[in-house]
Structures are given as structure tokens and as C-alpha cells.
Design a binder for this molecule. Sequence first.
Ligand SMILES: Cc1cc2nc3c(=O)[nH]c(=O)nc-3n(C[C@H](O)[C@H](O)[C@H](O)COP(=O)(O)O)c2cc1C
Length: 217
Amino acid sequence: MKILAFNGSPRRNGNTATLLDQAIAGAQERGAEVERFDLYTLQFSGCVSCFSCKRLDRERPIVCVVKDDLQPVLEKVRSADAICIATPVYYGSETASTRALIERLCFPYLNYADYTKSHFPRRIPVGLIYTMNIPQERVEAMGYDVTFGRTRSTLAREFGACEIVMACNTTQYDDYSKYEANATPESKKAYRDAHFAEDCEKARMLGTQLANGKLAG
Ligand SMILES: Cc1cc2nc3c(=O)[nH]c(=O)nc-3n(C[C@H](O)[C@H](O)[C@H](O)COP(=O)(O)O)c2cc1C
């Protein structure tokens, strides 16, 4: 069982990486071999719309032909048994590097002749982890559930069942007294103390489920 884990945050030890590492630990406890990629250490772009992956004279499945640091990673997806993508929310969506990954990962497997059939030859589970500053009760009001749901549908169509874990109202600074913020250090700490361990546990469970090859939801 091989799982590929992607950290879509520029911070290699931030909230997103912490949850992703919990998912990795959960998967490893079940005997999975996990490789983590920090997207911001790789030089790559999003889809360049060359449509090489849509040419009829190419044998499928095709991995994106753009040659950069992401291409060997996309090659590894061919033999992966599960994928886990973790991202902070930036301006209501995934980070730029996470979006670029999703474009390059999914588009070659998108069957333009029949959207109901993926070119990816197997069904594998996908974990999706989001961390964000807004509190849980604002997720729907801000329409984040719709955005996350759209990404879930994209991944589910090409790969298989996709489950989301979220951590809200995350801590952004070590010392809130030194930075602009719309919350007090005390309120941030209180929220983290009350919720972050639970969020980490959900991520760990997600990793366990990915290693088991199936998702609960
Ligand atoms: C450029 C930027 C944009 C952000 N936009 C949002 C946003 O739209 N909504 C939100 O809830 N949090 C937003 N945040 C906060 C991060 O999503 C949040 O702090 C996240 O947990 C950071 O993850 P990290 O610690 O892994 O970097 C933004 C942060 C940055 C740096």
C-alpha cells in the first residue's frame, strides 16, 4: 500500500503540515508506505493548456507532459494506492500550488469524450485536508463548503471516493501581540486548546482509512 501525501502550504511545519503528518502517521500505523511532498519546494506550474493529454494518437492513461519538478511526482501517482492532499485556505480556495497540482493531476485523466469515465485505470481513495482562519460556523456562510465540494467532486470523478477533514480558526502566529489580527491571543489559544487535538485525530483517522483502502463517508 503506497500513499502519496501533498503539503500545499508554503509553511513546512504549519497547521496544514501538522494535520497531514497526523494522516501520514495514521496510515503508517496500518502499514502503509507514505511519501510526503512539500509543493512549495518544487518548481512547477499549473496546466498550460497544451492538450497533449487529449490527443487521440496518444495511448492512455497519459501523465501530464509538462517537464518540471511535478512530472516525476505525477508519474508516481500511476502506482499509488491512495492520495492525500492538504492545503490552507487562501482567499476562499486552495493555495495556488495546490490548484496547480490538482490541474496537472486531474486533467490528463479527465475523459473529454465521456465525463463519467476517468482515464485513471483504478479507483483509489483520496483524502483532502483544509486548514483555515475562519471559525467553523462561518464555513457555509462563506460558501467554502461549495468550493471544497467542487474540488472533492473533481478528485472523486478521476480517482475515487474523497473525504474532507477541516481545521478552522487555526493559529497563524506564535505571538499574536506582534501582528495585526482580528482575534486576541487568548481567544485563539482557547480555541486551539479546545479543538486542534480533535482536528488532528480526525486527520489521523483519515490516514487510517486511506491505508485501509476505503473511506467511511
Ligand atoms: C495569503 C493568505 C490568504 C488567506 N486566506 C484565507 C481565507 O480566505 N480564509 C481563511 O479562513 N483563512 C485564510 N488564510 C489563513 C490560513 O488559511 C490559515 O491560517 C491556515 O491554517 C494556514 O495554514 P499553515 O499554517 O499550514 O500555513 C489565509 C492566509 C494567507 C497567508
